[in-house]
Design a protein around this ligand. Sequence first.
Ligand code: ATP
Ligand code: MG
Length: 130
Amino acid sequence: MSIIEVKDLHKTFIRPDGTKLHVLNGINTKISKGEKISVIGPSGSGKSTFLRCLNRMEEPTSGEIIFNGQDITAKTCDINLVRRKMGMVFQHFYLFPHLTVRKNLTLSPVELKIMTQVLLKQIVIKCYLI
Ligand SMILES: Nc1ncnc2c1ncn2[C@@H]1O[C@H](COP(=O)(O)OP(=O)(O)OP(=O)(O)O)[C@@H](O)[C@H]1O
Ligand SMILES: [Mg+2]
């Protein structure tokens, strides 16, 4: 079973001048538990918008996101409960500059008691800088 399934996801931003920017144009994908994937594309193509939609930090304009069997785009979904099971580490100013890459990645799951520091130390974190 997929841990994340995305069905016909669209996101349109309304610019300050009232014009529309259709960033996500019907994305369909399935991600299995333990699978490691990369989302690649030019700057401005919508990678961060897509990731933010996955835990509704950006509200999708339409489409469905099924996380662990639950439709998290449903009106009845308590998104804060879902977010406790989804970790995200963003780029630039969202990072703590005084912490290492490993500390930045592990801070949230340790604080939320989702994983222990001991368990996380067993996970090898590789960074590929391009
Ligand atoms: N809140 C917003 N309001 C209006 N437009 C936005 C908003 N957030 C993002 N955009 C626009 O949506 C497009 C996609 O932005 P996004 O940040 O998702 O791209 P990206 O692929 O992550 O880029 P980068 O590689 O530079 O991180 C860009 O044109 C951006 O200006
Ligand atoms: Mg981005």
